[in-house]
Design a protein around this ligand. Sequence first.
Ligand SMILES: [Zn+2]
Length: 360
Amino acid sequence: MGIQKVKGSLEDLIEKAGGCAVVDGGFATQLEKHGATINDSLWSSICLINDPDLIKRVHLEYLEAGADILVTSSYQATLPGFLSKGLSIEEGESLLKKSVKLAVEARDKFWNDKKRISGHSYNRALVAASIGSYGAYLADGSEYSGCYGPNVDLDKLKDFHRRRLQVLVEAGPDLLAFETIPNKLEAQACVELLEEENIQIPSWICFSSVDGENAPSGESFKECLDIINYSNKVSAVGINCAPPHFVQVLVQKFKELTGKVIVVYPNSGEVWDGRAKRWLPSKCFDDDKFKLFATRWRDSGAKLIGGCCRTTPSTIRAISKVLKGPALSSSVAFMTILSIFISNHLFHAGNMATVSNADK
Ligand SMILES: [Zn+2]
């Protein structure tokens, strides 16, 4: 296996960003802020049908905030999902392509405007086509349990992902983002599919985690990453939509388990009350806390950092500034982190919870 030089390589972007590139933040969160109703089996992807202009607007907001990578609105967009809405296969495929097209158009518009301005601090962003896990399609929370039941085997998972993967790649994204993968079996399905389809753009595979130690299925990350490490089609591995206080330890763990780029984009740590269907007001990470911890994730070895559920352009602006700006003096950083640790420790005693769904 040699080092694969592929179009729009992540490594180039990371270098241009100064060693750590910024991924965008919560997509559904921002759509909702603008008034979109996404309480639907397609979740944020319903806006591909109802309000594509809003999708573009949110992409532009994240670019303006400093995101180096846009993740498309296809997380919960699947062909079976579109068929269940009464759409044809052709219409479903066209919507999948549209998710990439909207992000590419936003990126190109933004970049064409910015590159005329001398001294701007932006990079030309990459577009990552989001591929949510099988559990995200089921919309039953299994992306956080990893329990797909006895009838789901490797072939079923590959069959589920194959056509969507082909269609998204045809639409011309810069990379692929497999998100909230909850178990080893689905990681293996993704790896084998990339090989079988001979995909020539880089990919990352991100796992969720509900205990801060293992994949949601209870399988160790060593087992999961051993499979991915053999693939030269996967450029980066990491964590998304886990609470942010898990992330530093997981980055350190991943650093020991893989030589691949590490990508993390946790949620804000807010707690979803599934029964009441609302976000509980909790001591989640505000932007200041998020950005300080982002520097620790970077210092531990993460090279792609962003946000998932309940993070916003303001979170991304904060982390972009701190990750690309001048380093914080170590004593100031230490004191700030110490005070955050103390307040966090007090809060989290006996309060462990996660969000219910990924935010893409
Ligand atoms: Zn999320």
